[in-house]
Every structure is written in C-alpha cells, then in structure tokens.
Design a protein around this ligand. Structure first.
Ligand code: PEP
Ligand code: MG
Length: 603
C-alpha cells in the first residue's frame, strides 16, 4: 500500500473503490463581460433549453433513485428547490438578454453574481453558505449551454459502482446526485471553508478528505481507473499494491473501521490518563458548520477558531456586530463551552485580496498574522477584540494572536485590548472576561518564552508553522516533506522548553497544530506536560481514547531521556510507536498498517 496523498480528514470512514480523477474546468472566467448577441431569440431559446435539460436530468435522477433511498424526501425537496431557483434565475436572465442584448451565458452569470453579492452582504455566515448552491446552479446551466459534460453524466456513463472521486472542487448537487449512484469516497483540492459539500458527504456517510496540495493532472496519470482507498479517519489517499487481493484489502478496511468505531462509541468519556491527568480535548474549527458538530464528536470546546472564513469570498472585512453574532452562534453550538478565537491570520498561505497585501518574495516570512494586523489593519484587530469581549458576556472566550515573533507585538496588542475595554466601559457596553494568549509558532518567541509569561494567560503551540520555521522546510512543499518532521529532536526540544517554562509559571499550554491530531505524538505531548490538545474534529474520539489509556508516570522518563540523548533523529518516534503498541494492544494492527503506508515510497 502506498500513500498517494495526505490531507485533512473531513468525513470519517474508509472507502475502497475505483479512482475517477476529474478536473473541473473553470467555465465562469471564460465568459467575457462583452459577450453580446444580435439574436436575442436564439439566446433565450438556448437558455430555456438548458433549463429543460436540467429539469429532465434532475427528474430522471429522482425517478432512478425512487426505490433505493430512504432519504428520498430530503433529496427531493432540495433538488426541487434547486429547480425553482434555476427557474427564476432563467426568467430574470431572459429579461437581461432582452434589455441589454447580452449572450445567455453572461446573462446567467450577471444575475447569479447579483444574488451572490446580496447573500454575502447579508452578514450571516449561514445565509452566505447558500452561495455554493447558486454557483452550483450557474455552473450547471452554463455547462449545458456550452455543451460541456457534467461530471454526473460522465460518471454515470462509465460505471455506477464504488466510485472514488478525485477532483479540484465538488458542487453540493454532484454529491446529492452521486450519493446513491456509486460514489463511495471523495478527495478534493478545494473545499472545507464553505463546507456545504462536506455536510452532504457526512449525511451520506461518504468518507472525504481535503488535499490542498493535490495536483489533479499528475495524480490522474497515476491512479485513474485504479483501485484506491480513501482513509477518512487519517486523511490518506492510498494505492494498494498490485498483489493485494480484494479480500486482504477488506481485512485491512475492517481493522481500521472496527477500532475507529470503538473510538467513536467512547467519545463522550473524558480524557483522563490512567494516572489521573485531565487533558482537555478541544476542536480546531475552520467555519461555522464545523462548530455544529464539535459536541457530536465529543469535543469539549474549541481550542482554535480560525477566523479566516469570516473574511474570505467577500469584498470588505466583517464589522464588529457581524463578528459578534457569529461568535454567539458558535457559542450556542458548543453549549457555551470554551472557545479560543484566533485573530485573523492572513498573509502567507492565506491571502485575502481586499486587504491589499503587497506582493512579497517570501510571504511566509512576510507581513502575515499579527504583523499585518498591527502594521496595516489595526481596525480589524480592534473589531475582533471588541466582538470577543462582548461575546464573552454570553459564553466563555479566549483570544489569541498568531505569528508572534517578538514581545513588543504582545505588548502592543494588549495595549489595544485595554483601550478597547476602556472604550466599552465608557460607552456602557457589556463585556466579559477574556483570557489572552499567543500562538507559539515562530522559534524566536519559543526561545524567549520565559519573558512572555507575565503577559499571557495561556500559550497555544502551532506545530505546523513551528516545524516549518525550525527546519526551514515549507509545510506545503512536497519536495521537502522528507525534512518536515514534527518528531525531529529540534522540534521536541523546543516544545520542551516552552511547556516546561509555562508549567513553572503556572501558565496553561495547548497544542493546536496538526501534531495534536496524530496519535503517535500524544505520549510525547502528555509527557512534556501539555494541558489541552486542540485537534481536527474527526480525530477527537481517537485522541480522547488514547489519552485515557496512557500512564504518563510510566512513560515520561524514557521519552524525555531520548529527547535529551538520542542517537538517531527518528529514535523518539520509534520509542513512542513501541510504547503505544505495548500499552494499547488493540491499536497495534492499526499502527502497523499506518506504519507500512508511511514507510512506502510514493510512486
Ligand atoms: C499552526 O501553525 O500550527 C496552526 C495551528 O496554525 P495554521 O495551521 O492555521 O497556520
Ligand atoms: Mg500557523
């Protein structure tokens, strides 16, 4: 078995099927804003015809699944709503053709964009998620008019069995249409931020992983039409060896499924180690929909609320009230449990066009995170602080700042926070207590962490960036993935420095990087003494289970000894693998499977 791609688990589960790699062509940007017509009747006919084709497709599909589905009513309702929307869009587009003599494609595009803009301006994250549906309808109508194939047709024509779809983007309707027509697993390059597709995949139990580094063309040449596995527990796309029989694959699948079922069934139990250390297991939340399922997966709150989703796909930043109402909604979803809000972490790998971040040769070492907020967008920082302070009269909130490299950034942010509090008091606006912390993800701040202690209530270690900056290996660059290693002794020693210092000062330490979602890291992080782990939502049950089985008193010395005195850079990881297999024997088959994947060469 070989790991073809590693990504983020979106929907748990394991799927075996035939890979269909599909690159969705961008039909929107090819429509010129000068697309005119001198034959309005022709354009109107084209549009009406596209609507009819769409209607027929949907109705045929509903007919096709009539006897197969128990969720039929739900699907029926959604698809009929789609058709109603498509109907009124076409009506308006016809008026547009008549009044402006534009071509049918441009008419649809202009009308849909008008509504998308309105939805986004509504200020409601939930309403603006419906943007996906509009883009979906637009995309289908335009594709039909341009005579381009619809993904659904393509797949249905080829096969209806065990399809694992690997594509750059997926529209919600495609999932709806394919959910009972053979789609068993899903891998996409984009998605996750507006996760309507993810919700549907979850509803239909379709294991789904998101691989931002996915190169559709090159992966297509390797795996199209071959048997592959999507591991939605761990985030792998796997290619079985040629000699692996279906039966042996099913055996592997069963091992992975059974242990994950066990994790999930015990997700409500608290994460207390065998020797009594209570570890908070929190969720990393990337959008409002993620927040809805935190408690379902046994999460005890949100340890990292990435605010970026509030700023993307729009033309200006959200204001204080918009931020406040979203925070209140999220707080309701997690029954007012703790939420640590991270200030906007724009720049680097998270561009936001309207912030006008100037082009940088080295954006990962540039004006990103708190640097950008303090230097160029204090207005945004102030709105966020105001919203979090006000939200905390409603629920429990913390506020932390990303990409901190110097003490002065902390001091300056706290000064702003105090000014905001004074202003709220002056104006008689209610606010509550907010704990203040920083992300430790730049080596400079980790190395002087003792000096940070007087200013913070907690620190949260971002191992994703910390690892890339320690090893000077880009976290998204495939070519240096062999160097990017969270278990490198340099990373572990720096983690030790941070946790140990924080503990001496009685300051809480969380880990919110991907490392906290990795079972092999848990014995190390607990031995170092971390208080909370903030992890991918779908990994929460697994991490809680592992915490409960560990006895830190028994393993700590051997792990610390090896961090201090290793012979090979891989020693600590190896020791931890052994510890896990010995102490949680039910985990051994799973660990062996993953170990064999990870040791295999990528093709
Ligand atoms: C990190 O760097 O570890 C982290 C959690 O932040 P992000 O992945 O959002 O950069
Ligand atoms: Mg980071």
């Amino acid at each position: 078995m070989k790991v073809i791609a590693k990504g983020v688990p979106i929907v748990s589960g394991l799927a075996i099927g035939v890979a269909k790699v599909w690159k969705e062509e961008d039909v929107f940007n090819n429509i010129s804003s000068n697309c005119r017509s001198n034959n309005n009747d022709f354009e109107i006919r084209k549009l009406k015809n596209a609507l009819e084709v769409l209607n027929n497709k949907v109705n045929n599909y509903l007919e096709f699944i009539k006897n197969e589905r128990k969720e039929l009513k739900e699907i029926n309702d959604i698809l009929n709503a789609y058709l109603l929307i498509a109907d009124s869009i076409v009506e308006e587009a016809i008026d547009k053709i008549k009044s402006d003599n534009v071509c049918a494609e441009l008419a649809v595009k202009v009308i849909i964009e008008k509504y998308i803009q309105k939805l986004r301006e509504s200020g409601s994250e939930l309403i603006s998620m419906r943007v996906d549906d509009l883009i979906d309808i637009e995309s289908q109508l335009i594709r039909i008019m341009l005579g381009k194939p619809l993904l659904y047709d393509l797949l249905i024509n080829q096969s209806r069995d065990n399809i694992i779809l690997i594509t750059n983007d997926i529209m919600p309707s495609t999932i709806l249409l394919l959910a009972r027509s053979g789609l068993v697993g899903l891998v996409t390059k984009h998605g996750g931020i507006t996760s309507h597709s993810a919700i549907l995949a979850r509803t239909f139990n379709i294991p789904y992983i998101l691989v931002p580094s996915l190169d559709i063309e090159s992966i297509g040449t390797i795996i199209n039409d071959k048997a592959v596995i999507v591991d939605g527990y761990k985030g792998y796309l796997l290619l079985p060896d040629i000699n692996e029989s279906y039966t042996s694959l099913m055996q592997i699948a069963n091992i992975i499924k059974n242990i994950n079922d066990k994790f999930f069934n015990e997700r409500a139990q608290p994460a207390v180690t065998e020797d009594g250390h209570n570890i908070k297991v929190l969720a990393n939340v990337n959008n409002i929909e993620d927040a809805r399922i935190v408690l379902d997966y046994g999460g005890e709150g949100i340890g990292l609320l990435r605010l970026e989703f509030m700023y993307m796909n729009r033309k200006q930043p959200p204001n204080e009230n918009e931020l406040l109402s979203t925070l209140q909604k999220i707080s309701e979803f997690v029954h007012k449990r703790e939420i640590i809000v991270r200030a906007l972490d724009a720049g680097g790998d998270k561009p936001i066009p309207y912030l006008n971040i100037s082009k940088e040769n080295n954006p990962f070492l540039g004006l990103r995170g708190i640097r950008l907020l303090l230097k160029e967008h204090q207005d945004i920082l102030i709105d966020e602080i105001r919203a979090v302070l006000r939200a905390s009269s409603f629920g429990e909130f913390g506020f932390m700042i990303p990409m901190v490299s110097t003490l002065s950034e902390i001091i300056e942010t706290k000064k702003i926070m105090n000014e905001v509090k004074e202003d709220l008091e002056r104006k008689g606006i209610n606010y509550g207590k907010v704990s203040f912390g920083i992300m430790v993800e730049i080596p400079s701040i980790a190395l002087i962490i003792d000096k940070v202690m007087n200013y913070v209530d907690f620190v949260s270690i971002g191992t994703n960036d910390l690892t890339q900056y320690i090893l000077a290996a880009d976290r998204d660059n495939e070519k240096v993935q062999y160097l990017y290693n969270e278990f490198h002794p340099s990373v572990l020693r720096l983690l030790y420095n941070v946790v140990n210092t924080a503990k001496r000062h009685g300051v809480r330490v969380d880990v919110c990087g991907e490392m906290a979602s990795n079972e092999i890291a848990i014995p190390i992080l607990l031995s170092l003494g971390v208080d909370a782990l903030s992890v991918n939502i779908t990994s929460i049950p697994k991490i809680k289970y592992i915490v409960r089985k560990l006895n830190i008193g028994k393993i700590r010395n051997s792990i610390m000894e090896l961090i201090n005195n290793f012979s090979n850079e891989g020693d600590v990881r190896e020791l931890v693998m052994r510890i896990l297999m010995e102490t949680i024997t039910e985990l051994t088959p799973l660990m062996k499977i993953y170990e064999s994947y990870e040791n295999s060469q990528q093709p």
